[in-house]
Design a binder for this molecule. Sequence first.
Ligand SMILES: NC(=O)c1ccc[n+]([C@@H]2O[C@H](COP(=O)([O-])OP(=O)(O)OC[C@H]3O[C@@H](n4cnc5c(N)ncnc54)[C@H](OP(=O)(O)O)[C@@H]3O)[C@@H](O)[C@H]2O)c1
Length: 289
Amino acid sequence: MIAGASGLIGQALCASYRYGGHTVCRLVRREAEKPDERSWDPERPDPELVDGCDILVNLAGSPLNGRWTAARKNAIRASRIGTAAALAGMVAGATKPPRVFLSASGIRWYGIDRGDEELTEASEPGPYDGLLPTVAQDWEKAAGDGVVHLRLGLVLSRKGGLLERMLPLFKLGLGGRFGTGREYWSHVSLADAVGAIRFLAMLPGAAGAYNVTAPEPVRNRDFATALGRALRRPAAVSLPYAVLRPVLGEVADEVFGGLRVVPHRLTEAGFGFRHPDVDTAIRAALTDG
Ligand SMILES: NC(=O)c1ccc[n+]([C@@H]2O[C@H](COP(=O)([O-])OP(=O)(O)OC[C@H]3O[C@@H](n4cnc5c(N)ncnc54)[C@H](OP(=O)(O)O)[C@@H]3O)[C@@H](O)[C@H]2O)c1
Protein backbone atom coordinates (compact mmCIF):
# COMPACT_ATOMS: atom_id res chain seq x y z
CA MET A 1 0.00 0.00 0.00
CA ILE A 2 1.44 3.33 -1.08
CA ALA A 3 0.63 6.90 0.01
CA GLY A 4 1.87 9.58 -2.41
CA ALA A 5 1.63 7.01 -5.21
CA SER A 6 1.03 9.59 -7.95
CA GLY A 7 4.43 11.24 -7.46
CA LEU A 8 7.75 10.68 -9.18
CA ILE A 9 8.95 7.86 -6.93
CA GLY A 10 5.46 6.53 -6.20
CA GLN A 11 4.60 5.96 -9.86
CA ALA A 12 7.90 4.20 -10.50
CA LEU A 13 7.48 2.06 -7.37
CA CYS A 14 3.92 1.06 -8.33
CA ALA A 15 5.10 0.11 -11.83
CA SER A 16 8.00 -1.91 -10.45
CA TYR A 17 5.83 -3.87 -8.00
CA ARG A 18 3.17 -4.52 -10.63
CA TYR A 19 5.78 -5.70 -13.09
CA GLY A 20 6.92 -8.15 -10.40
CA GLY A 21 3.40 -9.55 -10.12
CA HIS A 22 2.51 -7.89 -6.79
CA THR A 23 -0.79 -6.28 -5.93
CA VAL A 24 -0.48 -2.56 -5.30
CA CYS A 25 -3.05 -0.48 -3.51
CA ARG A 26 -2.85 3.32 -3.65
CA LEU A 27 -4.11 5.59 -0.89
CA VAL A 28 -5.63 8.59 -2.68
CA ARG A 29 -6.78 11.90 -1.17
CA ARG A 30 -9.94 12.02 -3.31
CA GLU A 31 -12.76 9.65 -4.22
CA ALA A 32 -11.38 6.24 -5.19
CA GLU A 33 -12.04 5.74 -8.91
CA LYS A 34 -10.13 2.59 -9.76
CA PRO A 35 -10.14 -0.86 -8.14
CA ASP A 36 -6.58 -0.42 -6.84
CA GLU A 37 -7.38 2.88 -5.07
CA ARG A 38 -8.55 3.49 -1.53
CA SER A 39 -9.73 6.92 -0.54
CA TRP A 40 -8.24 8.39 2.63
CA ASP A 41 -8.09 11.64 4.53
CA PRO A 42 -4.84 12.15 6.47
CA GLU A 43 -6.83 14.29 8.93
CA ARG A 44 -9.19 11.40 9.68
CA PRO A 45 -6.91 8.35 9.66
CA ASP A 46 -8.73 5.03 9.52
CA PRO A 47 -6.68 2.01 10.68
CA GLU A 48 -8.93 -0.38 8.74
CA LEU A 49 -7.46 0.98 5.50
CA VAL A 50 -4.05 -0.59 6.19
CA ASP A 51 -5.41 -3.77 7.77
CA GLY A 52 -3.94 -6.84 6.16
CA CYS A 53 -1.50 -5.13 3.80
CA ASP A 54 2.03 -6.51 3.83
CA ILE A 55 4.12 -3.41 3.04
CA LEU A 56 3.15 0.22 3.66
CA VAL A 57 5.19 2.94 1.92
CA ASN A 58 4.74 6.65 2.60
CA LEU A 59 5.92 8.88 -0.26
CA ALA A 60 3.59 11.83 0.34
CA GLY A 61 4.70 15.44 0.42
CA SER A 62 3.58 18.63 -1.28
CA PRO A 63 6.12 19.92 -3.85
CA LEU A 64 9.05 22.10 -2.78
CA ASN A 65 9.19 24.30 -5.87
CA GLY A 66 7.74 27.80 -6.14
CA ARG A 67 7.67 30.64 -3.65
CA TRP A 68 7.81 29.54 -0.03
CA THR A 69 5.05 31.74 1.38
CA ALA A 70 3.92 31.08 4.95
CA ALA A 71 1.04 28.99 3.54
CA ARG A 72 3.37 26.96 1.31
CA LYS A 73 5.74 26.31 4.20
CA ASN A 74 2.81 25.07 6.28
CA ALA A 75 1.74 22.77 3.44
CA ILE A 76 5.30 21.44 3.02
CA ARG A 77 5.44 20.63 6.73
CA ALA A 78 1.90 19.34 7.22
CA SER A 79 1.87 17.14 4.12
CA ARG A 80 4.94 15.30 5.40
CA ILE A 81 4.73 15.37 9.19
CA GLY A 82 0.93 15.13 9.38
CA THR A 83 0.79 12.33 6.83
CA ALA A 84 3.56 10.33 8.52
CA ALA A 85 1.86 10.72 11.91
CA ALA A 86 -1.51 9.72 10.44
CA LEU A 87 -0.08 6.57 8.85
CA ALA A 88 1.83 5.67 12.03
CA GLY A 89 -1.44 5.96 13.96
CA MET A 90 -3.20 3.74 11.42
CA VAL A 91 -0.46 1.10 11.74
CA ALA A 92 -0.70 1.22 15.54
CA GLY A 93 -4.48 0.86 15.44
CA ALA A 94 -4.74 -1.87 12.78
CA THR A 95 -5.97 -5.32 13.74
CA LYS A 96 -3.53 -6.92 11.29
CA PRO A 97 -0.87 -4.22 10.81
CA PRO A 98 1.56 -4.12 7.88
CA ARG A 99 4.68 -6.24 8.33
CA VAL A 100 6.83 -3.24 7.50
CA PHE A 101 6.28 0.54 7.25
CA LEU A 102 8.73 2.58 5.15
CA SER A 103 8.42 6.35 5.31
CA ALA A 104 10.15 8.96 3.17
CA SER A 105 12.58 11.41 4.69
CA GLY A 106 15.44 13.34 3.14
CA ILE A 107 19.16 13.90 3.47
CA ARG A 108 18.48 17.46 4.72
CA TRP A 109 18.10 15.65 8.06
CA TYR A 110 21.89 16.18 8.14
CA GLY A 111 21.48 19.96 7.71
CA ILE A 112 22.11 22.38 4.87
CA ASP A 113 25.90 22.37 4.59
CA ARG A 114 28.30 19.89 6.19
CA GLY A 115 31.26 20.64 3.89
CA ASP A 116 33.34 17.58 2.99
CA GLU A 117 32.32 15.53 6.06
CA GLU A 118 31.26 12.00 5.09
CA LEU A 119 27.76 11.47 6.45
CA THR A 120 26.51 8.02 7.37
CA GLU A 121 23.44 7.01 9.32
CA ALA A 122 25.62 7.19 12.45
CA SER A 123 26.30 10.92 11.92
CA GLU A 124 24.71 13.55 14.11
CA PRO A 125 21.67 15.42 12.79
CA GLY A 126 22.22 18.89 11.38
CA PRO A 127 21.30 21.98 13.40
CA TYR A 128 17.55 22.32 13.87
CA ASP A 129 17.46 25.29 11.52
CA GLY A 130 16.01 26.01 8.04
CA LEU A 131 12.81 24.54 6.60
CA LEU A 132 14.10 21.29 5.11
CA PRO A 133 16.30 20.15 8.03
CA THR A 134 13.57 20.83 10.59
CA VAL A 135 10.95 19.13 8.40
CA ALA A 136 13.14 16.05 7.87
CA GLN A 137 13.88 15.69 11.58
CA ASP A 138 10.23 16.15 12.62
CA TRP A 139 9.08 13.87 9.77
CA GLU A 140 11.11 10.94 11.11
CA LYS A 141 9.89 11.57 14.67
CA ALA A 142 6.28 11.62 13.42
CA ALA A 143 6.69 8.31 11.57
CA GLY A 144 8.00 6.82 14.81
CA ASP A 145 10.42 4.14 15.95
CA GLY A 146 10.62 0.71 14.40
CA VAL A 147 9.93 2.28 11.00
CA VAL A 148 12.27 2.37 7.97
CA HIS A 149 13.14 6.04 7.35
CA LEU A 150 14.16 6.52 3.72
CA ARG A 151 16.71 9.35 3.78
CA LEU A 152 16.42 10.08 0.08
CA GLY A 153 19.07 12.04 -1.77
CA LEU A 154 18.51 13.95 -4.99
CA VAL A 155 16.50 11.49 -7.10
CA LEU A 156 17.55 11.82 -10.73
CA SER A 157 14.88 11.69 -13.40
CA ARG A 158 14.11 13.71 -16.50
CA LYS A 159 10.44 13.45 -15.49
CA GLY A 160 10.60 15.31 -12.18
CA GLY A 161 12.59 16.78 -9.33
CA LEU A 162 15.57 19.13 -9.59
CA LEU A 163 17.08 17.51 -12.70
CA GLU A 164 13.92 18.14 -14.76
CA ARG A 165 14.14 21.84 -13.86
CA MET A 166 17.87 22.04 -14.62
CA LEU A 167 17.66 20.29 -17.99
CA PRO A 168 16.43 23.21 -20.17
CA LEU A 169 19.45 25.35 -19.16
CA PHE A 170 21.90 22.50 -19.74
CA LYS A 171 20.31 21.59 -23.09
CA LEU A 172 20.88 25.18 -24.24
CA GLY A 173 24.54 24.85 -23.28
CA LEU A 174 23.97 27.34 -20.46
CA GLY A 175 24.48 24.83 -17.68
CA GLY A 176 27.32 24.63 -15.26
CA ARG A 177 28.31 24.48 -11.64
CA PHE A 178 26.21 26.10 -8.94
CA GLY A 179 28.11 28.74 -7.00
CA THR A 180 31.62 27.52 -6.14
CA GLY A 181 30.89 24.01 -7.45
CA ARG A 182 32.76 22.51 -4.46
CA GLU A 183 29.64 21.36 -2.62
CA TYR A 184 28.84 17.66 -2.63
CA TRP A 185 25.62 16.48 -4.25
CA SER A 186 24.28 13.16 -3.02
CA HIS A 187 22.20 11.84 -5.86
CA VAL A 188 20.52 8.51 -6.59
CA SER A 189 18.97 7.18 -9.77
CA LEU A 190 15.20 6.67 -9.74
CA ALA A 191 15.73 2.96 -10.45
CA ASP A 192 18.06 2.62 -7.45
CA ALA A 193 15.68 4.57 -5.19
CA VAL A 194 12.89 2.16 -6.16
CA GLY A 195 15.21 -0.85 -5.86
CA ALA A 196 16.34 0.27 -2.39
CA ILE A 197 12.75 0.63 -1.17
CA ARG A 198 11.88 -2.85 -2.42
CA PHE A 199 15.11 -4.28 -0.95
CA LEU A 200 14.44 -2.74 2.49
CA ALA A 201 10.83 -3.91 2.46
CA MET A 202 12.12 -7.49 2.30
CA LEU A 203 15.19 -7.10 4.54
CA PRO A 204 14.57 -9.01 7.77
CA GLY A 205 14.63 -6.67 10.77
CA ALA A 206 15.05 -3.50 8.71
CA ALA A 207 14.34 -0.47 10.90
CA GLY A 208 15.67 3.02 11.46
CA ALA A 209 17.29 5.37 8.99
CA TYR A 210 18.80 4.30 5.67
CA ASN A 211 20.56 6.77 3.37
CA VAL A 212 19.09 6.22 -0.09
CA THR A 213 21.92 7.82 -2.07
CA ALA A 214 24.46 6.53 -4.59
CA PRO A 215 27.72 5.27 -3.04
CA GLU A 216 29.76 7.84 -4.95
CA PRO A 217 28.50 11.37 -4.25
CA VAL A 218 30.26 14.01 -6.35
CA ARG A 219 31.00 17.69 -6.09
CA ASN A 220 28.49 19.89 -7.85
CA ARG A 221 31.03 20.95 -10.52
CA ASP A 222 31.64 17.25 -11.38
CA PHE A 223 27.88 16.66 -11.53
CA ALA A 224 27.54 19.59 -13.96
CA THR A 225 30.40 18.28 -16.11
CA ALA A 226 28.86 14.79 -16.20
CA LEU A 227 25.46 16.20 -17.19
CA GLY A 228 27.03 18.31 -19.94
CA ARG A 229 28.95 15.27 -21.16
CA ALA A 230 25.79 13.12 -21.28
CA LEU A 231 23.91 15.84 -23.18
CA ARG A 232 26.93 16.62 -25.39
CA ARG A 233 26.68 20.29 -24.43
CA PRO A 234 29.24 22.59 -22.86
CA ALA A 235 28.64 23.01 -19.12
CA ALA A 236 31.35 25.49 -18.28
CA VAL A 237 29.14 28.31 -17.03
CA SER A 238 29.16 29.21 -13.35
CA LEU A 239 25.55 29.66 -12.30
CA PRO A 240 25.34 32.23 -9.56
CA TYR A 241 22.67 32.15 -6.92
CA ALA A 242 20.90 35.19 -8.48
CA VAL A 243 20.29 33.20 -11.72
CA LEU A 244 19.25 29.99 -10.01
CA ARG A 245 16.88 31.52 -7.47
CA PRO A 246 14.15 32.40 -10.05
CA VAL A 247 14.59 29.04 -11.84
CA LEU A 248 14.49 26.82 -8.77
CA GLY A 249 12.49 28.94 -6.33
CA GLU A 250 13.26 29.25 -2.64
CA VAL A 251 14.46 25.65 -2.53
CA ALA A 252 17.71 27.11 -3.99
CA ASP A 253 18.40 28.65 -0.55
CA GLU A 254 18.67 25.22 0.97
CA VAL A 255 20.34 23.25 -1.82
CA PHE A 256 23.41 25.44 -2.16
CA GLY A 257 25.09 23.76 0.78
CA GLY A 258 26.92 20.49 0.35
CA LEU A 259 26.06 17.12 1.90
CA ARG A 260 28.37 14.18 1.24
CA VAL A 261 26.06 11.33 2.17
CA VAL A 262 26.97 7.67 1.75
CA PRO A 263 24.57 4.70 1.92
CA HIS A 264 26.47 2.84 4.63
CA ARG A 265 23.59 0.71 5.94
CA LEU A 266 22.24 -0.21 2.49
CA THR A 267 25.72 -1.26 1.33
CA GLU A 268 26.35 -3.26 4.52
CA ALA A 269 23.03 -5.04 4.04
CA GLY A 270 24.14 -6.11 0.55
CA PHE A 271 22.11 -3.80 -1.68
CA GLY A 272 23.64 -3.70 -5.17
CA PHE A 273 23.35 -0.31 -6.87
CA ARG A 274 22.65 -0.41 -10.62
CA HIS A 275 23.94 3.16 -10.98
CA PRO A 276 26.66 3.70 -8.37
CA ASP A 277 28.43 6.58 -10.13
CA VAL A 278 27.22 9.89 -11.49
CA ASP A 279 27.69 8.99 -15.19
CA THR A 280 25.55 5.85 -15.07
CA ALA A 281 22.95 7.59 -12.87
CA ILE A 282 22.63 10.57 -15.25
CA ARG A 283 22.50 8.29 -18.29
CA ALA A 284 19.68 6.29 -16.67
CA ALA A 285 17.82 9.51 -15.81
CA LEU A 286 18.04 10.75 -19.40
CA THR A 287 17.04 7.48 -21.02
CA ASP A 288 14.84 5.43 -18.67
CA GLY A 289 13.04 8.21 -16.84
N1 LIG B 1 12.50 13.31 -5.47
C1 LIG B 1 13.51 13.62 -4.67
O1 LIG B 1 14.62 13.99 -5.13
C2 LIG B 1 13.34 13.52 -3.18
C3 LIG B 1 14.45 13.73 -2.35
C4 LIG B 1 14.30 13.68 -0.96
C5 LIG B 1 13.05 13.41 -0.41
N2 LIG B 1 11.99 13.22 -1.25
C6 LIG B 1 10.66 12.99 -0.63
O2 LIG B 1 10.14 11.74 -1.03
C7 LIG B 1 8.71 11.83 -1.20
C8 LIG B 1 8.37 11.37 -2.61
O3 LIG B 1 9.13 12.15 -3.53
P1 LIG B 1 8.60 12.42 -5.01
O4 LIG B 1 9.71 13.07 -5.74
O5 LIG B 1 7.95 11.20 -5.56
O6 LIG B 1 7.48 13.54 -4.72
P2 LIG B 1 6.36 14.11 -5.70
O7 LIG B 1 6.58 13.69 -7.10
O8 LIG B 1 6.26 15.58 -5.42
O9 LIG B 1 5.03 13.38 -5.18
C9 LIG B 1 4.61 13.45 -3.87
C10 LIG B 1 3.18 12.96 -3.75
O10 LIG B 1 2.70 13.41 -2.47
C11 LIG B 1 1.29 13.59 -2.55
N3 LIG B 1 0.95 14.94 -2.09
C12 LIG B 1 1.09 16.12 -2.77
N4 LIG B 1 0.63 17.13 -2.02
C13 LIG B 1 0.20 16.58 -0.86
C14 LIG B 1 -0.40 17.11 0.31
N5 LIG B 1 -0.64 18.43 0.44
N6 LIG B 1 -0.72 16.25 1.34
C15 LIG B 1 -0.47 14.92 1.22
N7 LIG B 1 0.08 14.36 0.12
C16 LIG B 1 0.42 15.19 -0.89
C17 LIG B 1 0.87 13.41 -4.01
O11 LIG B 1 0.39 12.08 -4.15
P3 LIG B 1 -1.19 11.71 -4.11
O12 LIG B 1 -1.88 12.79 -4.90
O13 LIG B 1 -1.23 10.37 -4.77
O14 LIG B 1 -1.62 11.68 -2.68
C18 LIG B 1 2.19 13.54 -4.75
O15 LIG B 1 2.18 12.85 -5.96
C19 LIG B 1 8.33 13.29 -0.94
O16 LIG B 1 7.86 13.43 0.37
C20 LIG B 1 9.64 14.04 -1.11
O17 LIG B 1 9.75 15.21 -0.32
C21 LIG B 1 12.09 13.25 -2.61
